[in-house]
Design a protein around this ligand. Structure first.
Ligand SMILES: C[S@@+](CC[C@H](N)C(=O)[O-])C[C@H]1O[C@@H](n2cnc3c(N)ncnc32)[C@H](O)[C@@H]1O
Length: 359
């Protein structure tokens, strides 16, 4: 066999499939997809099944916007005997490279969540059976200690008797099972949106980049800042922040003395001098937001930017593609080098989050 399994937010399956279909093309891979509406899981079958492995080894997980997690599937097993679910699973893994970790996953839907208890119960017996056969290293490492290049096993349960079996390579997958980060809401933060910026930093930047791009003493502008969840994250990194919003900022955050609140229009405000960071959580037409973000970068008013693009339309991938193409043309026209990464984060709903930095 050989196909890709991609996890996405429920309701975004068509965008996820349209994106992988388009992005596989430059790698010389064409294929077709299978999806069930609102399942949160997409299967992508290259016409030549042997191309699936080489596609996954050449394409970077970070290239994909609507995919939260992915793996190379070896087999889809339906009708597993309840008396011996493990036998067929071990048999599939026995033809694949040995692994250092195993994750048990399901679609991020209400039906999927009903499988979480089953997965928790099944995980130990599954690991033990695989270790006994020498297919999983004796002490499979904790997630944060896995090293790039190591093989991770995936069991994607569709039901208790239906599972997709496959593998991914550490360093080219999401850090988290199903691509869902377990972030703790910081009690001192003014709003739950704070988790979105925290996740963006984790998803869109490497650990080394976070060390070097998010520095104590940096300056930042937060457009559409109130009540201050994103500003709180920036202040927490030791930055001074200009918060632009007509709405009120949380008082405790203002008491830090690290925030200047300006009641101005985010689409008009221009900083008196360049800052390191600009972030923007204003909900408006995506093309309008993208244009303003690009102006900031082209004028070099900031060096790093993180912003949301709201996507209420039907063809979200097509919209994202056309916005990014237009941005690319304008950067090229002005001779400005940049790097752009984007993800539909777990904490995003109808929007995606974009990170751009000047090079
Ligand atoms: C989703 S909320 C931001 C939440 C914030 N990031 C947080 O973590 O608390 C969007 C904010 O954008 C502000 N906003 C919308 N349009 C704006 C504009 N043209 N100029 C300035 N602020 C604007 C709204 O007042 C609102 O506070």
């Amino acid at each position: 066999m050989g196909f890709l399994v991609l996890y996405c937010r429920s309701g975004f399956e068509k965008d996820c499939l349209a994106e992988i279909t388009d992005k596989a093309m430059p790698y010389g891979v064409s294929g077709y997809g299978k999806l069930n509406a609102a399942e949160g899981i997409v299967r992508f079958y290259p016409h030549d099944p042997s191309a699936a492995k080489s596609l996954m080894s050449r394409m970077q997980f970070s290239e994909l916007v609507f995919t939260r997690q992915w793996f190379l599937a070896e087999a889809e097993l339906e009708g597993l005997p309840e008396s011996d679910r493990l036998g067929p699973i071990v048999e599939v893994f026995s033809s694949l490279p040995a692994m250092t970790s195993l994750v048990l996953e399901y679609g991020d839907t209400n039906e999927g969540k009903q499988l979480s208890k089953f997965c928790r119960k099944f995980s130990n017996p599954a690991r033990q059976a695989l270790r006994k056969e020498g297919l999983l290293s004796a002490k499979s490492k904790a997630r944060d200690r896995a090293e790039d290049g190591e093989v991770r096993g995936h069991l994607c349960f569709i039901s208790g008797t239906h599972v997709i079996v496959g593998q991914s390579i550490e360093g080219n997958t999401s850090l988290w099972e199903m691509g869902v980060p377990r972030l703790k809401f910081p009690a001192a933060a003014p709003s739950r949106s704070t988790l979105k910026l925290e996740e963006a930093w984790l998803q869109l930047m490497t650990a080394e980049e976070r060390m070097s791009f998010l520095k104590f003493g940096h300056t930042a502008v937060d457009l559409g800042a109130a009540p201050g969840g994103w500003t709180w994250q920036l202040v927490n990194k030791g930055m001074k922040v200009w918060a632009i919003d007509n709405g009120p900022m949380e008082e405790k955050l203002m008491d830090t003395g690290k925030v200047v609140h300006l009641e101005k229009d985010a689409f008009v405000y221009k900083p008196p001098r360049a800052v390191d960071w600009m972030v923007c959580d204003v909900v408006d037409q995506p093309a309008k937001v993208a244009d303003r973000m690009q102006r900031w970068l082209l004028e070099r008013w900031c060096h790093y930017a993180i912003f949301n693009l709201k996507l209420p339309m039907k063809q979200r991938w097509a919209e994202v593609q056309s916005i990014f193409e237009r941005m690319d043309e304008k950067f090229a026209e002005k001779g400005v080098s940049y790097e752009l990464r984007a993800k539909h984060l777990y904490h995003d709903r109808e929007e995606i989050t974009v990170f751009v930095r000047l090079l």
